[in-house]
Design a binder for this molecule. Structure first.
Ligand code: E4P
Length: 217
Protein backbone atom coordinates (compact mmCIF):
# COMPACT_ATOMS: atom_id res chain seq x y z
CA UNK A 1 0.00 0.00 0.00
CA UNK A 2 1.27 3.45 -0.88
CA UNK A 3 1.08 6.26 1.67
CA UNK A 4 0.33 9.82 0.62
CA UNK A 5 0.36 12.58 3.22
CA UNK A 6 -2.75 14.75 3.33
CA UNK A 7 -1.44 18.23 4.07
CA UNK A 8 -0.10 21.46 2.57
CA UNK A 9 2.39 21.91 5.43
CA UNK A 10 5.79 21.72 3.73
CA UNK A 11 7.74 21.14 6.98
CA UNK A 12 5.56 18.17 7.94
CA UNK A 13 5.99 16.72 4.44
CA UNK A 14 9.78 17.12 4.57
CA UNK A 15 9.95 15.35 7.96
CA UNK A 16 7.90 12.38 6.76
CA UNK A 17 9.80 12.24 3.47
CA UNK A 18 13.10 12.10 5.41
CA UNK A 19 11.72 9.10 7.32
CA UNK A 20 10.97 7.39 3.99
CA UNK A 21 7.28 7.15 4.82
CA UNK A 22 5.56 8.83 1.91
CA UNK A 23 4.94 8.08 -1.75
CA UNK A 24 3.08 11.27 -2.61
CA UNK A 25 1.01 14.16 -1.25
CA UNK A 26 -2.59 15.33 -1.46
CA UNK A 27 -3.77 18.88 -0.92
CA UNK A 28 -7.18 20.48 -1.18
CA UNK A 29 -8.47 24.08 -0.99
CA UNK A 30 -9.10 23.80 2.77
CA UNK A 31 -5.53 22.62 3.40
CA UNK A 32 -4.16 25.45 1.22
CA UNK A 33 -6.27 27.92 3.23
CA UNK A 34 -4.76 26.53 6.45
CA UNK A 35 -1.22 26.91 5.07
CA UNK A 36 -2.05 30.56 4.26
CA UNK A 37 0.45 30.98 1.37
CA UNK A 38 0.07 31.19 -2.42
CA UNK A 39 -0.99 27.79 -3.78
CA UNK A 40 1.51 27.72 -6.68
CA UNK A 41 4.39 28.38 -4.27
CA UNK A 42 3.28 25.58 -1.92
CA UNK A 43 2.77 23.03 -4.72
CA UNK A 44 6.17 23.86 -6.23
CA UNK A 45 7.92 23.30 -2.88
CA UNK A 46 6.07 20.02 -2.24
CA UNK A 47 6.90 18.74 -5.74
CA UNK A 48 10.59 19.34 -5.02
CA UNK A 49 10.38 17.24 -1.82
CA UNK A 50 8.71 14.14 -3.27
CA UNK A 51 8.95 12.56 -6.71
CA UNK A 52 5.50 11.01 -6.24
CA UNK A 53 2.16 12.47 -7.33
CA UNK A 54 1.24 15.77 -5.65
CA UNK A 55 -2.48 16.42 -5.92
CA UNK A 56 -3.40 20.04 -6.61
CA UNK A 57 -7.13 20.72 -6.80
CA UNK A 58 -8.89 22.91 -9.35
CA UNK A 59 -11.22 25.53 -7.90
CA UNK A 60 -13.43 25.81 -10.99
CA UNK A 61 -16.69 23.90 -11.39
CA UNK A 62 -17.10 24.40 -15.13
CA UNK A 63 -15.13 22.28 -17.67
CA UNK A 64 -13.39 25.04 -19.64
CA UNK A 65 -12.19 26.88 -16.57
CA UNK A 66 -11.15 23.56 -14.97
CA UNK A 67 -8.98 22.87 -18.02
CA UNK A 68 -7.41 26.33 -17.83
CA UNK A 69 -6.58 25.83 -14.16
CA UNK A 70 -5.32 22.30 -14.84
CA UNK A 71 -2.94 23.62 -17.48
CA UNK A 72 -1.62 26.24 -15.07
CA UNK A 73 -1.14 23.70 -12.25
CA UNK A 74 0.49 21.13 -14.58
CA UNK A 75 3.17 23.65 -15.50
CA UNK A 76 4.32 23.95 -11.87
CA UNK A 77 6.10 20.56 -11.94
CA UNK A 78 6.08 17.22 -13.76
CA UNK A 79 4.69 15.36 -10.72
CA UNK A 80 1.57 17.49 -10.24
CA UNK A 81 -1.58 15.35 -10.19
CA UNK A 82 -4.67 17.34 -11.12
CA UNK A 83 -7.51 16.92 -8.66
CA UNK A 84 -11.04 17.38 -10.02
CA UNK A 85 -14.43 16.98 -8.32
CA UNK A 86 -16.73 14.07 -9.09
CA UNK A 87 -19.16 15.94 -11.35
CA UNK A 88 -19.89 15.58 -15.06
CA UNK A 89 -17.63 18.53 -15.82
CA UNK A 90 -14.97 17.00 -13.55
CA UNK A 91 -15.19 13.66 -15.36
CA UNK A 92 -14.96 15.38 -18.74
CA UNK A 93 -11.85 17.21 -17.53
CA UNK A 94 -10.50 13.90 -16.15
CA UNK A 95 -10.83 12.26 -19.55
CA UNK A 96 -9.17 15.16 -21.39
CA UNK A 97 -6.29 15.44 -18.90
CA UNK A 98 -5.53 11.71 -18.69
CA UNK A 99 -5.79 11.42 -22.51
CA UNK A 100 -3.04 14.04 -22.50
CA UNK A 101 -0.87 11.70 -20.41
CA UNK A 102 -1.24 13.55 -17.10
CA UNK A 103 -2.33 12.18 -13.70
CA UNK A 104 -5.82 12.89 -12.36
CA UNK A 105 -7.22 12.36 -8.88
CA UNK A 106 -11.04 12.40 -8.91
CA UNK A 107 -12.09 13.63 -5.50
CA UNK A 108 -15.23 13.83 -3.33
CA UNK A 109 -16.36 10.28 -4.13
CA UNK A 110 -19.18 9.01 -1.93
CA UNK A 111 -20.65 6.10 -3.91
CA UNK A 112 -19.54 3.01 -5.82
CA UNK A 113 -21.34 4.24 -8.95
CA UNK A 114 -19.39 7.49 -8.84
CA UNK A 115 -16.18 5.45 -8.60
CA UNK A 116 -17.26 3.36 -11.59
CA UNK A 117 -17.73 6.53 -13.65
CA UNK A 118 -14.33 7.89 -12.62
CA UNK A 119 -12.65 4.67 -13.74
CA UNK A 120 -14.47 4.83 -17.08
CA UNK A 121 -13.23 8.43 -17.46
CA UNK A 122 -9.67 7.12 -17.04
CA UNK A 123 -8.93 8.50 -13.57
CA UNK A 124 -5.48 7.72 -12.20
CA UNK A 125 -6.85 7.83 -8.64
CA UNK A 126 -10.34 7.77 -7.15
CA UNK A 127 -10.69 9.33 -3.71
CA UNK A 128 -13.53 7.88 -1.62
CA UNK A 129 -13.94 9.95 1.58
CA UNK A 130 -14.14 7.44 4.43
CA UNK A 131 -14.33 9.83 7.40
CA UNK A 132 -17.01 12.06 5.91
CA UNK A 133 -19.19 8.99 5.24
CA UNK A 134 -18.64 7.80 8.83
CA UNK A 135 -19.71 11.30 9.92
CA UNK A 136 -23.23 10.73 8.53
CA UNK A 137 -23.57 7.39 10.31
CA UNK A 138 -22.65 5.05 7.43
CA UNK A 139 -19.57 2.80 7.42
CA UNK A 140 -17.17 4.49 4.97
CA UNK A 141 -15.06 1.36 4.77
CA UNK A 142 -17.89 -0.50 3.01
CA UNK A 143 -17.47 1.89 0.08
CA UNK A 144 -13.78 0.99 -0.22
CA UNK A 145 -14.72 -2.71 -0.32
CA UNK A 146 -17.41 -2.12 -2.98
CA UNK A 147 -15.05 -0.15 -5.20
CA UNK A 148 -12.32 -2.81 -4.80
CA UNK A 149 -14.77 -5.49 -5.99
CA UNK A 150 -16.00 -3.45 -8.95
CA UNK A 151 -12.52 -2.42 -10.10
CA UNK A 152 -11.29 -6.03 -9.82
CA UNK A 153 -14.36 -7.34 -11.71
CA UNK A 154 -13.46 -5.23 -14.73
CA UNK A 155 -9.67 -4.89 -14.35
CA UNK A 156 -9.86 -1.11 -14.06
CA UNK A 157 -6.41 0.38 -13.52
CA UNK A 158 -7.67 3.37 -11.51
CA UNK A 159 -6.08 3.25 -8.06
CA UNK A 160 -8.26 3.44 -4.96
CA UNK A 161 -6.95 6.29 -2.83
CA UNK A 162 -8.62 6.01 0.58
CA UNK A 163 -9.17 9.62 1.69
CA UNK A 164 -10.67 11.50 4.62
CA UNK A 165 -8.78 9.14 6.91
CA UNK A 166 -9.24 10.03 10.56
CA UNK A 167 -7.90 7.08 12.55
CA UNK A 168 -5.16 4.47 12.46
CA UNK A 169 -7.93 1.87 12.28
CA UNK A 170 -9.04 3.44 8.98
CA UNK A 171 -5.51 2.84 7.64
CA UNK A 172 -5.51 -0.81 8.77
CA UNK A 173 -8.98 -1.55 7.42
CA UNK A 174 -8.25 0.11 4.07
CA UNK A 175 -5.05 -1.96 3.79
CA UNK A 176 -6.90 -5.20 4.62
CA UNK A 177 -9.53 -4.45 1.95
CA UNK A 178 -6.82 -3.67 -0.58
CA UNK A 179 -6.99 0.08 -1.19
CA UNK A 180 -3.98 0.94 -3.36
CA UNK A 181 -3.16 4.14 -1.49
CA UNK A 182 -4.15 5.84 1.75
CA UNK A 183 -3.79 9.59 2.12
CA UNK A 184 -3.18 10.25 5.77
CA UNK A 185 -2.95 13.45 7.85
CA UNK A 186 0.58 13.84 9.34
CA UNK A 187 -0.57 13.38 12.96
CA UNK A 188 -2.36 10.11 12.12
CA UNK A 189 0.62 8.88 10.11
CA UNK A 190 2.93 9.50 13.06
CA UNK A 191 0.50 7.69 15.40
CA UNK A 192 0.89 4.51 13.30
CA UNK A 193 4.36 3.99 14.81
CA UNK A 194 3.17 4.10 18.41
CA UNK A 195 2.52 1.13 20.69
CA UNK A 196 2.53 1.22 24.53
CA UNK A 197 4.46 -2.07 24.69
CA UNK A 198 7.19 -0.59 22.48
CA UNK A 199 7.53 2.36 24.90
CA UNK A 200 7.47 0.03 27.92
CA UNK A 201 10.08 -2.23 26.32
CA UNK A 202 12.42 0.67 25.59
CA UNK A 203 12.05 1.93 29.17
CA UNK A 204 12.95 -1.49 30.61
CA UNK A 205 15.92 -2.04 28.28
CA UNK A 206 17.28 1.42 29.07
CA UNK A 207 16.97 0.86 32.80
CA UNK A 208 18.69 -2.58 32.62
CA UNK A 209 21.39 -1.19 30.35
CA UNK A 210 22.16 1.55 32.89
CA UNK A 211 22.68 -1.15 35.55
CA UNK A 212 25.39 -2.82 33.42
CA UNK A 213 27.52 0.35 33.70
CA UNK A 214 28.59 -0.18 30.07
CA UNK A 215 28.65 2.19 27.12
CA UNK A 216 28.71 1.29 23.45
CA UNK A 217 31.67 2.31 21.32
C1 E4P B 1 -7.77 14.16 0.25
O1 E4P B 1 -7.47 14.17 -0.91
C2 E4P B 1 -8.98 14.80 0.82
O2 E4P B 1 -9.06 16.11 0.37
C3 E4P B 1 -8.96 14.72 2.32
O3 E4P B 1 -8.56 13.42 2.70
C4 E4P B 1 -10.26 15.13 2.94
O4 E4P B 1 -10.21 14.86 4.33
P1 E4P B 1 -11.25 15.48 5.35
O5 E4P B 1 -12.58 14.85 5.15
O6 E4P B 1 -10.69 15.13 6.71
O7 E4P B 1 -11.29 16.96 5.10
Amino acid sequence: MKFFVDTADVNEIQELQDAGLIDGVTTNPSLIMKANRPMAEIIKEICAITEGPVSAEVAAVEYKEMMREADFLSKIADNVCIKVPLTLDGLKACKAITDDGRWVNVTLCFSANQALLAAKAGATFISPFIGRIDDIGIDGMELIAEIRTIYDNYDFETEILAASIRTINHVKQAAIIGADVATIPPATLKTLVKHPLTDKGIEQFLSDWKKTGQSIG
